[in-house]
Write a protein that binds this ligand. Sequence first.
Ligand SMILES: [Zn+2]
Length: 155
Amino acid sequence: MPYVLDTSAILSGRIFTGKLYTTPEVAKEIKPGGHSWRLMEFLMSRGMEIVEPSKKAVDTVKKTAIKTGDIASLSPADIEALALAYELNATLLTDDYSMQNVAKELNIRYESIIEEGIKEKFYWIFRCKSCGKFFKEFYEICPVCGGKLKRVRKD
Ligand SMILES: [Zn+2]
């Protein structure tokens, strides 16, 4: 199973098995010399490749992100990682909501990195801390009462 790692996946310090890819823009976000750099070098030593997605794939991702309203919260690195996962039919490793949202729209498989790990399949939903309503999507404020949403796990 091929995986595309975004910056958060690399910085997680987790050891991923499978064929690993990342993109030039993601690599650019990692400062040379520091701890993050060593994490990336470690993954490279285990065969992670840096591959640039085609312009066509990047355009598809941008168009979709405009449609879903996520374009403003995506960095060039985020867009490239999405485009590469789309192009290689790889699973995207990211904790970023906007990236996951665009991935969903493009039928790109994705997995979250934090806590539970990537082996286990699970989904996140959102729950309002004030009124307790559940939502499938994240909102800045609760559409019902204006309260804050909290991410909760759904099995
Ligand atoms: Zn509410």
